[in-house]
Design a protein around this ligand. Structure first.
Ligand code: ZN
Length: 175
């Protein structure tokens, strides 16, 4: 039985498509596996971040390289490796990508002013050969943010110059 109107179904399909795109799932699974917990598609925050980690005051956006113009120089309008602006209707696409990039920037500024950190993960950084490295680096950044928030020294190594003066042997022995 299907009780949805065509319009509702269209909206549902669109919502499902935009919610469970593959790159986002990779980030979700990867962070979950690394012990991070999050909320999804936070409706009340600007830009509806894909993942929200309140404990880390962090919003994560998983961006498609084409739609968000990854590495495209909007002045020179040169394509990047992962975002090739179609030559057909080029002006249309340029304008669309430009607006997306501006909106991304404005939303992240607003989030920053509300005290949120923003991490943008790009589709091209989630290719199989780069994936684990990317996820590790997000995990590292999140832990770094948490340590800073809680006054834990961000650099776990002693200040070597001071240590050298106080007890050079011990400092050397650590190497
Ligand atoms: Zn890219």
């Amino acid at each position: 039985m299907d009780r949805l109107t065509a319009q509702q179904r269209h909206q549902n399909m669109a919502a499902i498509r935009s919610k469970d795109t593959k790159p986002e799932m990779i980030v979700r699974r990867g962070l979950w596996k690394r012990g991070f917990r999050y909320r999804l598609n936070h409706k009340r925050l600007p830009g509806h971040p894909d993942l929200v980690l309140r404990k880390y005051r962090t919003c994560i956006f998983v961006n498609g390289c084409f739609w968000h113009g990854h590495l495209v120089d909007m002045q020179a309008l040169e394509n990047s490796d992962c975002c090739k602006i179609p030559s057909t209707n080029r002006d249309f696409w340029v304008e669309k990508i430009r607006r997306n990039k501006e909106r991304d920037r404005d939303e992240q500024r607003t989030l920053a002013s509300m005290g949120w950190n923003c991490i943008t993960v790009w589709e091209c950084e989630l290719k199989p050969q780069k994936r684990e490295e990317t996820l590790d680096s997000i995990a590292f950044t999140l832990n770094h943010i948490w340590m800073q928030d809680h006054g834990v020294k961000s650099v776990p190594y002693p200040n070597l110059e001071e240590e050298d003066m106080k007890m050079p042997m011990a400092a050397e022995a650590d190497n």
